[in-house]
Design a protein around this ligand. Structure first.
Ligand code: BGC
Length: 746
């Protein structure tokens, strides 16, 4: 019998957290992007334990196997965290897979985020130079426990995965598949020893993130065969995942799959991928029907091009497999307008496509990073649509860990950039606003408590940068990023002064933090941050607002922020509302705002009694507008509303991802105003139900699964207006009926 370490008298938790196994790495040379090593260890059991759990992770991506079976259903595990602080361990019940006598535990380890090329700077090996496996198989016999751990008993070899990269794709030579490698009796005499790999085991944490899974399959909508034999497949929808093929042919036949978000002149247009090759290759074993799907990569695509297919591709032989963090859906909205519904569905698709372990900017190009500004803008919508407590909770832990170590909130979390990130509005202040948004949605003070040190650290850092007048007017800012009027090559040069934007956002986050301190009963802090909030508001008004309520720059962004962040004196608000309405009319109800302003324009118009203008802005279809991409056939939210121009060409700015959730922030207003639901108390214990019809809509229906239960609101206009709503027991709603003379019924 192989040696096991016995752990007598330990309770289950202690065993599972006694993670003393060694990390192991193959003793042979490996290059980033090259072959993925296979690891195996044979061991013998006198009897099958009462319970067995496999705890497993990797520096890289891990696919665990036991006795010939793939263990669990996670893909791309352990996801992406700030590995040096938190490396997640998956724990999977495996009792059924064990048998008396010989057993084999093993894993294939890919490059993933830890080793592969990540970030637009082009660097690989952000976390380590080599892949490494860590596993622990806990065997519970009732009267004793044993544990099989990664260690010198393992051997390793290269196998069928010849190349793997999240950006560039995977190459798999099925002829090299080591048949039976994770089963007893396999001849591993040619496999190499492993070496211990140095990694701080205190970074190991149980998985708290939602596992990444294969969540849906999509059949091709259309197969287009080109004269040279290439086949272009349209899956009808931009999605994130990969293509699974089922094929038979001669050994050595090589099939190539390329991916793209769009076609130009009927050919794949890969310009939105920048340098990501997004190319998978499968080399046939030639032994009958072969089914393959890459395991260590994902792509953002709608179209795939197949070359080298033996014979004719049939629809049933190809599927797109959607891959993302497996979260519970909690929010739905439908209206009488098909275009608006498509906009909404596009928001949902962009969220799904960009929650792959971490909330990313985009899933297709050589970026796919946890950009802070993007999730800051989109956070409230994300929390309405899905239960994001696990994914964003994990991400906020990483943010806090990196911030504490580095002294700044990185622009991207996990941070893979080579230079430090100065504090910025909308990006860095996610440290405050995202926990706040999650608290508003889920009503859980623990979210605020966990993030409190990170929230205060950010605000105190900016506080120290204010000038004697209370202005944050130095240093780098992304400002109203991607204002459509900014020069194509310089997206941060928006119409609205970037320091005005920063000051406005600082007004917002100081209030959120003061409120947080109150919730957590940190009285002194609450007073301090209240005073700070007042000071920076006064500074804003003094520097940027006229007595009557005009805001310098006279842009929609400047007014929207001043109105929504309660910066103005009450007597200044009507003028600001009027000027905002003028600004949106001046641009012909096209979008004239960037990342910082756009989410707040519709709410600011509504708040100042300009519902009609808000609907005009919402329903406009000219370029760029909320509905313009829908008229162009968009199936996701684009990085900019004019990513594809009316003549079908890509915007030359290069910022043209076709799957970016940030602007999906508009759905917040759809929920509150069209759907008519808004929390009054965090977690919807008290809520406001106040649908405000407009824009020619005759119907809308919203459903939201809150932490207290399901809320539904629907309204319909025929000769009359009908509103129906249901709320869970124990909650209260203040109902404001549209156009009702008395307005308010509680
Ligand atoms: C990303 C953005 C991000 C921005 C900030 C871009 O490349 O895709 O969405 O927020 O950079 O600079």
């Amino acid at each position: 019998m192989t040696t096991h370490s016995a752990i007598p008298d330990a309770d289950a938790d202690a065993v599972s957290r006694d993670w003393s196994a060694a990390f192991i790495t193959p003793s042979f040379d490996l290059e980033a992007g090259g072959p993925a090593p296979y690891f195996r260890r044979e061991f013998s059991l006198d009897e099958v334990p009462r319970r067995a759990a496999l705890h497993v992770t990797a520096i890289g991506l891990v696919e665990p196997h036991l006795n010939g079976a793939r263990v669990g259903d996670e893909v791309l595990a352990p996801g992406w965290t700030s590995y040096r602080h938190r490396l997640q361990v998956s724990s999977i019940e495996v009792t059924e897979l064990l048998r008396p006598g010989a057993n084999v535990v093993g894993a294939i380890v890919g490059d993933g985020w830890a080793l592969g090329r990540i970030g637009y700077e082009g660097n690989s090996h952000h976390y380590a130079q080599r892949p490494a496996l860590w596993l622990q198989l806990d065997l519970d016999y009732g009267d004793r426990r044993e544990v099989i751990t990664s260690g010198p008993e393992f051997t390793a070899a290269a196998g069928a995965v010849l190349a793997n990269s999240l950006y560039d794709g995977e190459t798999y030579d099925a002829r090299l598949h080591p048949h039976g490698w994770s089963e007893p009796g396999f001849d591993a005499s040619a496999w190499s020893p492993v070496a211990e790999f140095d990694w701080d085991r205190s970074s190991l944490v149980p998985t708290t993130d939602s596992p990444i899974r294969r969540v849906e399959e999509v059949a091709p909508k259309e197969l287009m065969t080109r004269p040279d034999g290439r086949v272009i497949i349209d899956f009808g929808q931009i999605l994130t995942g990969r293509v699974r093929i089922t094929v038979s042919g001669q050994a050595g036949t090589e099939i190539t799959l390329r991916h793209a978000e769009l076609l130009t002149d009927d050919e794949l247009d890969t310009s939105t991928l920048r340098t990501a090759a997004a190319t998978d290759r499968y080399i046939l074993a030639g032994d009958g029907i072969e089914t393959w799907e890459p395991r260590f990569t994902f792509h953002g695509f709608r179209y795939a091009e197949i070359t080298g297919w033996p014979g004719t591709v049939a629809t049933e032989q190809v599927r797109a497999v959607i891959v993302h963090s497996d979260m519970r859906r909690t929010g739905w909205l439908e209206t009488s307008d098909a275009r608006l519904n498509q906009l909404y569905v596009n928001v949902v698709h962009s969220m799904r496509g960009n929650f792959v372990g971490v909330p990313t900017d985009c899933p297709q190009r050589d970026e796919r990073l946890g950009w802070t500004g993007d999730i800051n803008a989109f956070g409230p919508v994300a929390a309405f649509l899905y239960d994001v407590r696990a994914v964003l909770g994990s991400w906020l832990e990483d943010l806090a860990a990196e911030q504490a170590e580095k002294g700044f909130v990185p622009f991207v979390v996990p941070d893979v950039l080579t230079s430090p990130s100065p504090p910025t509005a909308l990006w860095g202040d996610v440290a405050v606003s995202l926990p706040w948004a999650l608290y508003r949605e889920y009503g859980d003070e623990a979210i605020l408590r966990r993030s409190y040190p990170s929230m205060t650290a950010f605000v105190r850092q900016v506080e120290a940068l204010l000038d004697e007048n209370g202005l944050w007017n130095t240093g780098f800012q992304y400002g109203d990023w991607l204002d459509p009027d900014a020069p194509a090559e310089r997206p941060s040069e928006a119409k609205t002064d970037r320091h005005l934007v920063a000051q406005a956002y600082f007004c917002k986050v100081t209030s959120e933090l003061a409120e947080t301190a109150r919730v957590l009963e940190m009285t002194e802090d609450a007073q301090h941050f209240d005073a700070l909030a007042q000071r920076v508001r006064a500074a804003f008004r003094h520097e940027y607002v006229t007595g009557s309520g005009r805001v310098v720059d006279d842009t929609a962004t400047a007014y929207a922020l001043a109105i929504m962040f309660d910066i103005l004196e009450p007597e200044q608000v009507p003028m600001a509302g009027e000027r905002l309405a003028t600004a949106v009319a001046r641009s012909g109800y096209r979008i004239s705002t960037g990342f910082a302003g756009t989410p707040h324009v519709l709410p600011a118009l509504t708040k100042t009694g300009r519902l009609e203008e808000a609907y005009l802005l919402l329903m406009e279809t000219g370029c760029p507008s909320f509905l313009y991409p829908v008229t162009m056939g968009a199936t996701t939210i684009w990085e900019r509303w004019d990513a594809i121009r009316p003549d079908g060409s890509l915007n030359p700015s290069g910022m043209t991802s076709l799957n970016h959730y940030a602007y999906g922030a508009v759905a917040d207003w759809l929920h509150h105003v069209v759907g008519g639901l808004e929390p009054v108390e965090p977690g919807y214990r008290r809520m406001r139900i106040a649908p405000r019809p407009g824009g020619g809509l005759t119907h809308a229906a919203l459903t939201h699964e809150t932490v207290h239960g399901t809320v539904t609101v629907s309204w319909r206009i025929d000769n009359d207006i009908h509103v129906e709503a249901t709320i869970p027991e124990g909650t209260r709603a203040q109902v404001e009926l549209p156009l009702h003379p008395d307005d308010l019924i509680t």
